[in-house]
Write a protein that binds this ligand. Sequence first.
Ligand code: HEM
Length: 395
Amino acid sequence: MLRLICAFFLSLSCALAASAQEAEAPRDRSATGGAQTLEDIMERQQGLAVDNAFRSELNGEAAAAAATTEQLGARGGASDPDLWRALRFDSADVTTQIQHPAATVLIQDTGMWWVQFREGPLTTYGFGLVLGMIGLLVLFYLIRGRIRIDGERTGRTILRFTSIERFAHWLLAGSFILLGLTGIISLLGRQFLIPALGPDGFSAIAIGAKWIHNNVSWAFMLAIVLIFFFWVVHNLPDRTDINWLLKGGGIFGGGHPPAKKFNAGQKFIFWSVIILGGSISASGLSLLFPFELPMFAATFEKLNQFGIPQLIGLGELNTDLAPHTEMQYAQLWHAIVSFVLFAIVIAHIYIGSVGMEGAYDAMGSGEVEEQWAREHHSLWVEEVKAKEAQAGNSA
Ligand code: HEM
């Protein structure tokens, strides 16, 4: 019996020793000339730890490599894996005659992730958001119908926006819509227009769309600056907003909560346009002047300092970004924020046109029916009337 137990343990330890030796034995890579094998690739794809030491070795040829101080031999003074790794992680000492921030970057390996994200989730969720908003507005229209002027029309009008204010608004609206349409052509053209129009047809449209997008962007930025200066004083939050919000703007009954020139809903639209539109403009400038205005590394650094990404479980954001990575982030941010602003602005367009009787006149002729103004902006009407009375008295 004892002999049997001894034999069992002996054979077990032999088997363990053999398997340990097998695990430690260097993989035979002679078939690939010392480069990685299919097994290495498969292990890496399965997420297993792969010992990459072999990639920095010259597979026994270290002695054959020429010293960097002497005339270089066939394989130079560095092993290929070292060189490729340095190129891949942008640490190679590359010099070029071209003076350009990204000219020395020969390999940039986040490109595939960016392309896939751009053609996948960005497009799906972006359009999902915009179509979802349109669906909600249709539902809202079916439930609530058009918001009518409740009281008797007075036949008198009040000047709501001067011509210069209306010019700024339509410059903003026109440029935003053009930018949206041409932006969609840039984003989805390759996927959807090439199959429909062929490469030549798409090429002409894409060149035109890009030209319009790049140039109209200046009109959009100018309009944002104009409306900011015209309307910022009327959009500072105050106590009337709390009451307006608590009453849901009176949208589903409950009377008309008092409001000044802009109610809380409009203030939300205004600040969305200023903040999101400003952010779209900043990332747009970064795209308009490739590699010259990188913004993300600096932004990530600030966010890390405030601990914001850590707070939401993202850990420290990488601040060592290659020039191309900066461009990819700028493109994604530009498109994501544009989709969000588009969804918000669609709701605004609805309320400013079919959704509310009498609203469009404010941006059409600039003159609104006094009864409309009393219902939706009662405090503003009182202000206007008080000023008129004051002007009349002093006259
Ligand atoms: C194209 C259709 C559009 C229509 C019919 C429209 C209509 C209007 C109207 C009637 C007003 C005045 C509301 C009032 O008197 O209280 C207004 C204001 C405003 N619009 Fe538009 N708009 C359009 C597009 C846009 C776009 C594309 C933007 C921005 C990208 C925009 C931004 C604003 C802002 C910031 C205000 C002031 C805040 C507010 O009233 O919500 N509009 N718009």
